[in-house]
Design a binder for this molecule. Sequence first.
Ligand SMILES: Cc1ncc(COP(=O)(O)O)c(C=O)c1O
Length: 380
Amino acid sequence: MNETLLMLPGPTTVHPRVLAAMSRAVVNHRGAKYGEILSETNKLMADVFQTSNDAYLLTGSGTAAMEAGISNTVASGEKMLNIVGGKFGERFMKIAQTHGIDAQELAVEWGTAVTPEAIKEALDADEDIKAVSVIHNETSTGVAAPIEEIGKVMKNYDALYIVDTVSSLGGDYVDVDKFGIDVCVTGSQKCIAAPPGMAAITLSDDAWAAADKIDSPTFYLDMKAARKSGNKVPPQTPYTPAVSLTYAMNEALNMVMEEGLEARVARHHKAAEASVAAVKALGLELFADEAVSSATVTAVKMPEGISDDQFRGTTRDKYGVELAGGQDHLKGNIFRIGHMGNISYKELTQAFAAIGMTLKGLGVIEDAGAGVASIAESYL
Ligand SMILES: Cc1ncc(COP(=O)(O)O)c(C=O)c1O
């Protein structure tokens, strides 16, 4: 058993119920038993996406769903606008370029969120834009984009609205149908708290209409093949799925629904607020603009004079708490506290105890317990 507490923006700690579900016998993936669990899990997935459209589990990580989302609905040569304010916005750009799509970038300063007005302006300026991609929760910077407000803008344009909810679905408020999202993608290992290795996608009627016009440039991620296999009796996937991970997703999604989406989102928001307060209580500075800071991950500036290795190495090796570092140019400049999945005051108390003790040990702060005290106050 891994005794290290994962305070990462994925993978997150997997509940014993989910681990136990994975130990069930592997069945024939073309048989009735698997068909039943697959359709039940896809239905649960659609419920969590809050859509009346079908949802599809994909064997692969979140990036597979990102690639499936773009490559099936935007044709090579078509213009697509990507909002880029971090690593995952960049990924949509790269995937689009890989598929020969005319990928345009709307750059946003890392640590801030795009505004609906900026997207409106871009769409007004270029009527050839066929799709817009937005990262709901930019995990690399700890910023949440206003996807509901952006959805209101998108409703006035024909362009498809593609949203990555890999690190927000099941932790922050996502209502695919209400927000008018055409393509929504997510992953297993973050707020849903299943192990890594599965992803999911849902497409609106408009997205399917676009897909039906395109000769899919991807074989493994061809959504028309997924739809065809899904409609078989019993329901199937085109190729062998990760059967044991399907069990895990089923159990994890059941746990999401047992808690209730609203309660779960509220729990994540509470953890985010408590984390922000504790960061401040320790005298540290947030990286992201607080007005748009994420419900599932808090990015913090690394205190002057200490290295990432010293800081995160100590929280991990001495105190058993695994935090995430910065990516690309933020490497060494920030650290990130993931508070997604099965997180409450217990985990936050342990995490902030480790952060406080490490910083005191490194001579950065005087009061090692200020973060823990703040967490306690937040949850009283
Ligand atoms: C917002 C976001 N999108 C996409 C991904 C990619 O997911 P994966 O690493 O599962 O491929 C991640 C992973 O951290 C993410 O945070």
